[in-house]
Ligand binder design. Structure first.
Ligand SMILES: C[S@@+](CC[C@H](N)C(=O)[O-])C[C@H]1O[C@@H](n2cnc3c(N)ncnc32)[C@H](O)[C@@H]1O
Length: 278
């Protein structure tokens, strides 16, 4: 395992994530009944804007029933389950964290979507998939830990079929630097690799994508994040609740406050975009 992968594992899985999530679910549990996606959203929608942001982004893409979608850096699979439930897609989640894949499988079984959502542990820079094997690639808050952006988008281009859709919701570098750490995706600068939005767009076009939609959603994200951070201040990290503290630890409040500060001060921007593979 590389030093970066080891650091990311310490960051994203500060403790035994499988045990922590199982314990929290047992406390909340109503005798193993099927769970609704919104019951899990505090834990499995690991990006600014939560479930609503994923729903709005999905509306911009033209998903069809039976589409095979790859979610790169898909975490616990919250959005994969959303695309399976709302659009009848078959979704493969690729994530670096083995523990996220195992927890994701457990949550998928509890939402009765196991025949439509599958997990694969692996690195986005070395995807274990054949050329042109997906109709769409979805990726949300996953590129921040990846330095080799050219390698990442070349891999995505390779596994997408001609005319396939790339849907992205990403944290980008703002005009003010540096980023204040720690944040949700990194404890320090050694784990964080943000590029400005215009550099990303240029790279995507050079790699063989055509832009259908490109939107800077920093302002509305700021409003959402202010409410989310205030709520965290009020409630703290209750280990029995299904939240991101089960993944990131009890200093979630600090990570959220710094995220808010970076967005407010223009150190980061949030971009959502839909592109087509040429
Ligand atoms: C902030 S979380 C976002 C998870 C999910 N996309 C979501 O929005 O709920 C970032 C995810 O990217 C994954 N990740 C980071 N680097 C990766 C890589 N090189 N290959 C695959 N996954 C990666 C992490 O393991 C983590 O699950």
């Amino acid at each position: 395992m590389s030093q970066l992968d080891a650091d990311l594992t310490r960051h994203y899985a500060f403790t035994d994530v499988e045990t922590a999530v199982s314990a929290a679910m047992n406390t909340l549990d109503s005798a193993g009944a099927e769970l609704a996606l919104k019951d899990l959203a505090g834990l499995d929608q690991f990006h600014v804007g939560g479930l609503d942001a994923s729903l709005k982004l999905a509306q911009l893409a033209d998903f069809k029933a039976g589409d095979h979608v790859l979610d790169v850096g898909g975490g616990l699979g919250g959005t994969a389950r959303l695309l399976a439930r709302e659009y009848s897609c078959d979704v493969t989640v690729l994530d670096l964290m083995e523990s996220y894949c195992r927890v994701g499988e457990m949550l998928t079984a509890r939402t009765n979507l196991a025949s439509h959502v599958h997990f694969e542990q692996g690195n986005a820079l070395d995807m274990p998939f054949a050329d042109q094997s997906f109709d769409a690639v979805w990726t949300q808050h996953s590129s921040m830990n990846i330095a080799d952006k050219q390698g990442l988008y070349t891999q995505i281009h390779r596994v997408l079929r001609h005319g396939g859709t790339l849907v992205m919701h990403e944290v980008m570098a703002g005009t003010v630097q540096p980023v204040q750490f720690p944040v949700m995706w990194a404890r320090d600068a050694s784990m964080s690799f943000l590029i400005p939005p215009d550099a990303l767009q240029t790279l995507l076009i050079q790699t063989g994508f055509q832009v259908q939609n490109w939107e800077d959603i920093s302002e509305q994200s700021l409003t959402w994040l202010e409410a989310r951070a205030a709520n965290q201040q009020r409630t703290g990290a209750n280990m029995n609740s299904l939240g991101l503290h089960l993944l990131l630890g009890s200093d979630l409040g600090t990570l959220l406050s710094n995220l808010l500060l970076n967005l407010r001060e223009g150190r980061i921007r949030l971009i959502q975009t839909v592109l087509h593979r040429l």
